[in-house]
Design a protein around this ligand. Structure first.
Ligand code: KPL
Length: 303
């Protein structure tokens, strides 16, 4: 019998993973009130596109008590992770297992520092978008990379989600960073799906070259040509998806730009390297984010 799953953060990805994992384990989602109400009303999360259906899950609106021996899946955005972990920490006991899935660098060390215990760092290429409260579109069944932890791997596989066990999860953290650092800001600035970015190969090459040098200084090998090919193939595999950053910009929410291109710029500064392409994307997305967010709050009138 599987551990119960507790999904901390029912945005698009958290809701999708919770829905699919409900095939293999009892699942509870921590969700916003409107999302929680819709899930209760319809008897589960409604998934469209791939594997459509209603997936029965329990839902709650505040952190509360964790189920005994739960596998806690942290799916909040990177910038909300620290406060989410602080809320989680007093509720954890030795029976719980915490998995962190955020985009960006330094996620595992942040989680382990706040919780004072080890966590499982996973990297996922599952792609989803939230269509309305209680509804998510499953846009691409990408692989999830997991370190040696048979239990999580087994759970993923029993839920029919592609999972790969890897020895060095950091390599996959950097590969995903490369993909996010190209696709997310470009799609958020240009308002296009991931697939529509395919003609921008030269821009992708420039961004990857800059990142590869930063990675090298950090002791990670990110071969530029191979990485560009991975970025282009990710555009194709998630072609219908609007990146999480574009979804955030459209919804007037904060984006993960500081955890993606911002992290690259900070590391470049540490090594006295110039990364002009990443710096420009960082400035542009911050600009859009500020404008869209203040516009959404009604504090700015455009004539
Ligand atoms: O991780 C993603 C994201 O949007 O954050 C990709 C893989 C680019 C899928 O959209």
């Amino acid at each position: 019998m599987s551990r119960p799953v507790y999904v901390f953060g029912a945005g698009a990805l958290g809701s999708l993973l919770g829905a699919l994992l409900s095939r293999a384990a009892p699942v509870e989602l921590l969700a916003r009130p409107d999302h929680a109400a819709a899930i209760r009303r319809q008897g589960g999360v409604r998934v469209s596109m791939t594997r459509p259906g209603i997936y029965p899950v329990q839902v709650r609106e505040s952190v509360g008590t964790l189920p005994e021996a739960a596998l806690v899946l942290m799916t909040v955005k990177a910038f909300d992770l620290e406060s989410a972990l602080q809320a989680l920490a007093p509720r954890l006991d030795a029976s719980h297992l915490v998995v962190v899935l955020q985009n960006g660098l330094g996620i595992r060390s942040l989680a382990e520092r706040v919780l004072g215990r080890s966590v499982v760092r996973a990297v996922t290429f599952m792609a989803a978008s939230q269509e309305a409260p209680g509804r998510v579109a499953f846009n691409a069944a990408g692989k999830t990379y997991l370190p040696a932890n048979g239990e999580v791997l087994e759970l993923w596989r029993r839920s029919d989600m592609p999972a790969v066990q890897v020895d060095d999860i950091e390599t996959y953290v950097w590969r995903k960073l490369a993909i996010n650092a190209v696709i997310n800001p470009l799609s958020a600035l240009l308002h296009v799906t991931n697939g529509e970015l395919a003609p921008l190969q030269r821009v992708a090459e420039r961004l990857v070259q800059e990142l590869a040098e930063v990675a090298r200084r950090e002791g990670q090998s990110l071969e530029a040509r191979e990485t560009v090919a991975k970025v282009l193939s990710s555009m194709q595999q998630t072609s219908l998806n609007c990146s999480s950053m574009l979804q955030d910009v459209r919804a007037g929410r904060r984006t993960e730009i500081d955890w993606i291109n911002g992290a690259i710029v900070r590391l470049a500064q540490k090594h006295a390297l110039a990364v002009p392409a990443h710096t420009q994307l960082l400035d542009l997305v911050r600009f859009v984010e500020r404008n869209v967010r203040s516009h959404a709050r009604g504090s700015r009138v455009l004539s």
